[in-house]
Ligand binder design. Structure first.
Ligand code: GAP
Length: 587
């Protein structure tokens, strides 16, 4: 049997692939908005039946490549909630933050470092959702800032970027500003408004409370008592006694003495009361590998150079949500810490850079869409001595997919300092280069390839999404959508399709499905709709092969095997189907 459609023209990736892919992901069950029936949860996604398979396949390939096929790497699966001191030692508690700003007019909250920066001298139009909103905002600006902006439908005009540090109001027809305000050089991303609050550092870690405690009740009781007292600072000192003389509460009391800022002091009280039960959802999978470095070495006999790998969920309260699953609050990472002798980190950086790049390219239709970008020295963490990103050519431009950092011995040193446990390797056979004496006790240097699994899934969906213009047997033009996923990543490897739902074809197809499933091939039986529609559906979800049971099957026990990318079909004895599909999967 030959393909019902004439030979296909070359498949291309359309310019609006992202939009079409988002629609396909929902329609076919790759990715859904989280809690959609409740209106959805911003920046959270659920992976549907096909997305879950694709993600498992991708992460499984990473685990195979990084752990099970390497003698010098072992894997761990650590808790998502770790001791809060882990995040103090790693620097996340103090420094893992984004600068956030609120627009005083629209109330939009956004990241200052990602905000648009209009050129000096340019107009700063405020673009509102509609005319009604424009009127409200114009009234608010008139009341709060004393200027009458010119309303043109939903746009408010009259503001101008005067310099990098100042914007002003230039009335229609005037040549100079009648009023000016200080400016930090950017505007709100959605509406373009320059009336903004100061920047506030916002920690990206999700907090939670650990243990059978309800810190909120303690907080409520304390606030009820303290806010009723005539002298707040005296009441805080009296209630918390010695505790108040230490830590965050002491700082709040000192600040209060000069600022009389009651809110700041009460925040200090809240921080103090919640601190003992406070825990964080991990913002990266990496720290567990440092924290368990000694246990892994002691229990498994690994010694440098060796790696500890982990993949799994990480959580970041990212305010900027961009481009579908590219950045989400809950995502999956695939990270490895490779511990090596100090002085060998350059060689290992070269090794892991190549290994990681070749892994991504192996599964891609367009390997050139992956590239390296070396970090400039002012972009790297202060402790790193080299860092590269593997970037992907997303539809909106090149962007990060994986970071490969040479982190020196910073993390082990930090955890040693904060935990009091020695985290070093004793090399009996080598002399310490500084003293010349054996053994050499050193803290290994670390190369960290840190990849995003959910972001990788987006890259491979974008890489795979193709459209092909074809002419049907009846002469009409049609678009064939085909997801050219690597067979190892494809959620379903093989569909088995009876040509019609009668004449014993379903029974034959079921026999083939049973044999494929028994052999461990993820295959699906499908008898709904015409054969053309079923091929189209499986092309769209990336199924590499369709096995069709037809009239000839009943005569001679042969079936056709159709290739997703070429649409070419070959005829095979049923007895050879499992071996053929397995061989192609392994190829
Ligand atoms: N331990 C180092 C580390 O976590 P990172 O660059 O912050 O480094 C590594 O994260 C990778 O994790 C990124 O290259 C990206 O692929 C992925 N990633 C980070 N934040 C993400 C988010 N909010 N949503 C999806 N993926 C994210």
């Amino acid at each position: 049997m030959s393909d019902p459609a004439p030979a296909a023209v070359k498949a291309v990736r359309p310019p609006d692939a992202m939009k079409k892919l988002v629609a396909l992901c929902k329609q076919r069950g790759f990715v859904f908005q989280s809690s959609e029936i409740y209106g959805g949860l911003k920046s959270a996604y659920d992976y549907g039946p096909l997305g879950a398979e694709l993600k498992r396949n991708l992460m499984g390939e990473w685990w195979k490549d990084m752990v099970t096929t390497r003698e010098n790497v072992v894997g761990i699966d650590a808790s998502i909630i770790m001791h809060p001191n882990v995040w103090r030692a790693s620097g996340h508690a103090a420094g893992f933050s984004d600068p956030l700003v609120d627009c005083k007019v629209s109330k939009e909250r956004f990241r200052a470092d990602k905000a648009p920066r209009p050129a000096v001298g340019s107009a700063l139009p405020i673009t509102c959702a509609d005319k009604g909103v424009a009127k409200d905002w114009a009234d608010r600006i008139a009341k709060d800032y004393g200027v009458e902006l010119d309303r043109d439908a939903n746009v408010l005009n009259g503001l101008v970027a005067i310099s990098a540090t100042e914007f002003g109001f230039v009335p229609k027809g005037a040549s100079a500003p009648t009023k000016t305000w200080p400016w930090r050089g950017y505007v709100g991303p959605t509406f373009g408004c320059p009336f903004l609050t100061d920047e506030k550092q916002f920690n990206l870690m999700f907090r939670t409370a650990l243990g059978a405690v309800d810190p909120m009740q303690d907080v409520a009781n304390a606030l009820a008592e303290l806010t009723a007292a005539p002298d707040l600072s005296a009441a805080v000192s009296a209630k918390f006694g010695r505790d108040a003389a230490e830590g965050v509460l002491a700082k709040s009391l000192t600040d209060f003495a000069t600022t009389k800022d009651r809110a700041k002091l009460l925040r200090g009280v809240i921080e103090h009361l919640t601190a003992p039960s406070m825990a964080y959802l991990r913002p990266e999978t990496a720290q567990a590998m440092f924290v368990q470095f000694k246990n892994v070495m002691d229990s498994s006999g690994m010694k440098p150079p060796f790696g500890i790998a982990q993949m799994g969920k990480s959580f970041r309260n990212d305010v900027t949500v961009e481009h579908f699953i590219f950045r989400s609050c809950e995502f999956e990472q695939m990270e490895m810490e490779f511990f090596c002798e100090p002085g060998t980190q350059k060689e290992w950086m070269t090794f892991w850079k190549e290994a990681r790049m070749s892994w991504w390219r192996r599964f891609a239709n367009y390997p050139d869409d992956f590239t390296f970008r070396q970090h400039a020295s002012d972009e790297m963490a202060f402790y790193a001595d080299d860092c590269y990103d593997i970037e992907y050519k997303y539809p909106w431009g090149w962007g990060e997919l994986e970071g490969i950092a040479s982190r020196t011995d910073y993390d082990l040193s930090q955890h040693e300092k904060h935990s009091g446990v020695t985290l070093q390797y004793v090399e009996q056979e080598k002399a310490d280069p500084k003293t010349g004496a054996k053994p050499w006790k050193y803290k290994p240097f670390v190369i960290e390839p840190a990849a995003g699994a959910t972001r990788g899934l987006l890259c491979f969906l974008l890489d795979a999404y193709h459209e092909e213009e074809r002419v049907t047997a009846t002469g009409e033009k049609e678009i064939r959508t085909v997801l050219k996923l690597h067979p190892k990543l494809a959620p379903i490897k093989c569909a088995v399709l009876p040509l019609v739902k009668k004449d014993g074809m379903p029974e034959k197809a079921r026999e083939i499905i049973a044999a494929l499933l028994k052999a461990g091939v993820n295959a699906k039986y499908d008898e709904k709709a015409s054969i053309g529609k079923r091929y189209a559906k499986h092309d769209e979800i990336g199924t590499p092969w369709c096995v069709t049971v037809d009239g000839d099957t009943l005569l001679n026990d042969t079936v056709t095997v159709r290739d997703r990318d070429t649409t070419q079909q070959i005829r095979l004895p049923i007895a050879e189907v499992v071996a053929t599909i397995k061989a192609r999967l392994e190829a």
